[in-house]
Ligand binder design. Sequence first.
Ligand code: ATP
Ligand code: MG
Length: 259
Amino acid sequence: MGKIIACVNQKGGVGKTTVTINLGIGLARAGKRVLLIDFDPQGSLTDCLGFPEPDTMEDTIAQILMNRINDVEMDKAYGILKHPEGVDVLPANIELSGLEVSLVNVMCRELVLKGYLEQVKADYDYIVIDCMPSLGLLTVNVLAAAGSVMIPIKAEKPSIRGLQQLLRTIGKVRKSMNPDLGIEGIVPNMVSRTNYARDVVARLTEAYGGPLKIFESIPQSVRMAETAAAGKSIFLHEAKGRAAQVYESLIREVLADEG
Ligand code: ATP
Ligand code: MG
């Protein structure tokens, strides 16, 4: 069926890319067909998965969407890379900011990504999209196309404030173009063993734990931070560690949601 999950938070450095990678690879390890899409001009997902020199790549998600805008025919597999851990990957780089500028004058500019995903959706069980840290037109394209959003947050006060703004944006997108957009849940990430971090998670749960699912906290871990440079998931990098266990439970919950 192809469930589309967007990893979103307009705040930078909260773990969107890390969650996209480990959620996606975890789903693939559970036997699912998975496509990961880098939708950030920083190209971090592409980079963290170990693909060399994202900025010199030509066949990226930006090119795919540009081709669609210009009615250029493409093969269905165009741009799709294979990662050794069993996921397909659509890379991105700085070209995506150029696309954002071009989109402004395009008809139905919020729906360009959705149009493309409708073509490839049938080939996957899950499509997980790594958003950039902004709620601009590119992220709105993702929200318009997604079935649900996964919200990684860092356990600190300002993240909680940003959450309200994000939830308002999700509300607007539901009203105007994607009434079925769901919220998978909030993933507290980089949660240290300090009382402060625990307190923030407790307050988050108190404020949002009713309407929203709060997933188990992903611990702050050096091994987790190392995965980006290693180009692999936590399941390969430190299979028996606490972080891998928490990711496994996150994946079980996402799979249980399938119904
Ligand atoms: P951006 O907004 O720039 O796209 P992001 O929200 O995608 O950032 P990441 O790049 O996933 O965030 O993570 C930010 C940094 O924190 C990275 O260096 C990553 O390796 C590190 N990191 C992510 N999760 C953890 C963790 N649980 N423990 C320690 N470090 C982590
Ligand atoms: Mg990122």
